[in-house]
Design a protein around this ligand. Structure first.
Ligand SMILES: [Zn+2]
Ligand SMILES: [Zn+2]
Length: 42
């Protein structure tokens, strides 16, 4: 058994999940997130 057999649990998306909206693309008011412009990533 080697450490190379262990695979990461989470597969990273193309970009980082937005730190402002948490990846939803909307802010707390339901508007488009100004940080990622609704993409959910930044
Ligand atoms: Zn962000
Ligand atoms: Zn965002």
């Amino acid at each position: 058994m080697t450490l190379d057999d262990l695979e990461p649990v989470e597969i990273e998306p193309k970009r980082w999940q937005c730190c402002h909206c948490g990846g939803t693309g909307s802010d707390s008011y339901g508007d488009t997130c100004p940080h990622c412009q609704g993409l959910g990533f930044c």
